[in-house]
Design a protein around this ligand. Structure first.
Ligand code: TYM
Length: 334
C-alpha cells in the first residue's frame, strides 16, 4: 500500500465541467485509483487569474467535487481537497517563482492565448500560473500527472523547475511525468473544431457540460460543425475533417473501440446517423454520472466533510516537502 506511486491532478472550478475535462482527465483518474495513491484537487487559486464572480467560484468548487465523486472517484480511497485550503501551495509557489525565468513563462501557449483573450487584464498571476501549478504537483512528490494534452506544456516547465532546483540543492523533488489518456486527450469545440472544447467558451453550443440535460446534449452534438464532404473518415492531418475527427474520437473514447472499427461501421452512412449514435453514446455515458451527481450536490454537509478530511491529509503530506524546501533555501525552520 505505502509504496504505491503517487498521482496528482486537478480541475479549475472556472465553469461547469465539460465532457472534454471528463474524457481528457477525470475518466483516466477513475481508472488510475486502483493502482496509485491519488490526490485530486479543486484548483480554485488558479481561477482568479481571470476575473470571476466570487459566488460562482464557491458554488462550482463543490460542484466539481460532486462530479469527481459522481464520475467514480472514491473519496474514501483518494485524497480530495480544495487547493486554497492548503496554504502550502501558495508558499511553495513563491519559492519556485524565484527559480523560474521570465523567458520560459513567456513561451507558455496558455499565457499567450489567455492574455490575448483578456487583453484588459494581463495580470502577474496569469503569467506565473505555471509556477503555482508546479508547486501543486511537486508538493506531493507526484510520480504522474494525468491531464489532457493542453496541460502538457505546463508539466514540462514543472519538470524543468524541479530539475533546476534539484541541481542546486540535491534531490528535493521527484520529477513528475505527464500522463495522457489513450483516447480523448484533446477534445475539440463542437462549433470550431480547430479549437479545444473549453468550459469558458462564450458559446455554450461549443461544449457539452457534464450537467447538461440529455436533450441539450443531443441538440449540441447534432449541430456540431462538420464538413460538406459527407464521408465518415478519420484523417488526422486534414483540417477540413477536424469536426468529424472529433466526433469519431469522442465515440472511440466513450465506447473504448478504436477509430478504424468505428469508421468501418459507418462506411456509406451519413453524418446524421453518425451524430445520432454519438449523441446516444454520450448521453448513456453521462446519465448515471448525472444521477449520482444530483444526489451528491444535495448533500453539502457530506461534501464539506470530504474536502475537509482531504485538506488535512493534503497538508500533512505537503508539509514534509515544504519544510525540506525552506531548509534547503536557508529559511529558519521551526
Ligand atoms: P482545466 O481546469 O482547464 O482542465 C482540467 C483537465 O481537463 C483537461 N482538458 C481537456 N482534455 C481533453 N480535451 C479538452 N478539450 C480538455 N479541456 C481540458 C485538462 O488538460 C486538464 O487535465 N491548469 C489546470 C489545472 C491545474 C492542474 C494542476 C492540473 C492546476 N494545477 C496540477 C494538474 C496538476 C487547468 O487549468 O485545467
Amino acid at each position: 500500500m505505502e509504496d504505491k506511486k503517487i498521482i496528482f491532478s486537478g480541475v479549475q472550478p472556472s465553469g461547469t465541467l465539460t465532457f472534454g475535462n471528463y474524457l481528457g482527465a477525470i475518466k483516466n483518474w477513475v481508472e488510475l485509483q486502483k493502482d496509485y495513491r491519488c490526490i485530486y484537487a479543486m484548483m480554485d487559486l488558479h481561477t482568479i487569474t481571470v476575473r470571476q464572480t466570487p459566488a460562482d467560484i464557491r458554488r462550482r468548487t463543490l460542484e466539481v467535487l460532486a462530479l469527481y465523486i459522481a464520475c467514480g472517484i472514491d473519496p474514501e480511497e483518494n485524497i480530495l481537497f480544495i487547493q486554497s485550503h492548503n496554504p502550502a501551495h501558495a508558499e511553495l509557489s513563491w519559492v519556485l517563482g524565484c527559480y523560474t525565468y521570465m523567458g520560459e513563462l513567456q513561451r507558455m501557449t496558455q499565457f499567450k492565448d489567455k492574455s490575448s483573450r483578456h487583453a484588459e487584464n494581463i495580470n502577474a498571476g496569469l503569467f506565473t500560473y505555471p509556477v503555482l501549478m508546479a508547486a501543486d504537483i511537486l508538493l506531493y512528490q507526484a510520480d504522474y500527472v494525468p491531464v489532457g494534452k493542453d496541460q502538457m506544456q505546463h508539466i514540462e516547465i514543472c519538470r524543468d523547475i524541479a530539475q533546476r532546483f534539484n541541481a542546486i540543492y540535491g534531490d528535493v523533488f521527484k520529477i513528475p511525468e505527464g500522463m495522457l489518456p489513450k483516447a480523448g486527450a484533446n477534445i475539440k469545440s463542437l462549433q470550431d473544431p480547430t479549437k479545444k472544447m473549453s468550459k469558458s467558451d462564450s458559446n455554450p453550443k461549443a461544449y457539452i457540460s457534464m450537467t447538461d440535460h440529455p436533450d441539450v446534449i443531443v441538440k449540441k452534438i447534432k449541430s456540431a460543425v462538420t464538413d460538406s464532404e459527407g464521408i465518415i473518415e478519420y484523417r488526422e492531418d486534414d483540417e477540413t475533417k477536424a469536426g468529424i475527427n472529433n466526433l469519431i474520437t469522442i465515440m472511440s473514447a466513450v465506447t473504448k473501440r478504436n477509430t478504424d472499427d468505428i469508421v468501418a461501421d459507418y462506411s456509406g452512412k451519413g453524418y446524421g446517423d453518425f451524430k445520432n449514435d454519438v449523441a446516444e453514446a454520450v448521453v448513456e455515458n453521462i446519465r448515471p454520472i448525472q444521477e449520482e451527481y444530483d444526489k451528491l450536490i444535495a448533500d453539502k454537509a457530506y461534501l464539506m466533510n470530504v474536502c475537509s478530511k482531504g485538506a488535512d491529509a493534503a497538508k500533512r503530506i505537503s508539509q514534509r516537502t515544504l519544510k525540506k524546501v525552506y531548509k534547503k533555501v536557508g529559511f529558519m525552520v521551526e
